[in-house]
Design a protein around this ligand. Structure first.
Ligand code: BEZ
Length: 256
């Protein structure tokens, strides 16, 4: 279970575990769908559609949605919800000026080749098409990542902590979008403390990629020591675990 099935992915996604502990990922993204404002008959690409909850919501608002995701398991679940969906990468999209809009939630921070992703999104959009997304921005998950780094530093036998995430600033992402022919209409970093049942579950799901080389025993040590550190920073007695998320929310338009 701790092995990546797809070597291009930095994480292995188990849809059942993912859905059980992270329903918040889709539920908290409805304002991003509002920002997208899907119109009847529009053709919209959901890049990183996961198991399809938001693709279904976009389709419910009248658009024709195509989903793409790196995880075959997630795509199966998305297709089972009636969405046309394919296994694929946002850095290698087979579309040319095909969509009125490209939407993406909670996925682009997994793509280190941010330029490749933006180029592929631009290529897939019609002129005047919108790119609406939300993902981790500068400072996202600061405490979570610091704790992981600290535990790796305390255990040389774990090897080097290889941070797979991309959390850009507003300035960096604006520059990138403008360099690829977009005009930015809206961009904001939104602090969004996010409740989680137990941070160990978060580590099992989201740190799966950075710990895949650890033995099961090392992984248990990793989780326990992260938990102890994080109890001091992101655990609140009355509220429980609160992930220190900061979302970068974006609407940009492809110039004609
Ligand atoms: C996030 O969704 O914000 C996130 C995912 C993985 C690691 C850190 C943050």
């Amino acid at each position: 279970m701790k092995n990546n099935k797809n070597t291009k992915e930095t994480n292995y996604w188990n849809p059942n575990t993912y859905n059980k502990h992270t329903a918040f990922v889709s539920q908290l993204a409805l304002p991003v769908v509002d920002l997208l404002d899907p119109q009847n008959g529009e053709k919209i690409l959901d890049a990183g559609c996961g198991e399809g909850t938001l693709a279904v919501e976009i389709a419910r608002r009248g658009a024709k949605v195509i989903g793409v995701d790196m995880s075959a398991e997630m795509i199966e679940q998305c297709q089972a919800k009636g969405i046309e969906a394919y296994v694929g990468s946002v850095t290698d999209l087979p579309y040319n000026e095909a969509f009125d809009a490209v939407f993406s939630n909670a996925m682009l921070h997994w793509v280190k080749d941010a330029k490749g992703a933006v180029q592929n999104i631009a290529k897939s959009l019609k002129s005047g098409g919108r790119f609406v997304c939300e993902f981790g921005g500068e400072g996202n998950a600061y405490h979570l990542i610091s704790a992981m780094q600290e535990v790796f530093a305390n255990h040389p036998e774990f090897g080097v902590f290889d941070n797979p995430w991309y959390f850009p600033s507003i300035e960096a992402y604006t520059t990138l979008l403008e360099s690829e022919g977009f005009s930015v209409e809206y961009m904001e970093i939104i602090p969004r403390p996010t409740p989680m049942d137990d941070v160990s579950h978060w580590l099992e799901i989201f740190a799966n990629g950075v710990t895949k080389h650890l033995s099961q025993e090392q992984f248990e040590t990793f989780k326990e020591e992260c938990r102890v550190i994080l109890k001091e920073t992101i655990y609140i007695e009355e509220e429980g675990w609160m992930l220190d998320y900061k979302r970068l929310r974006v609407k940009a338009v492809k110039k004609g």
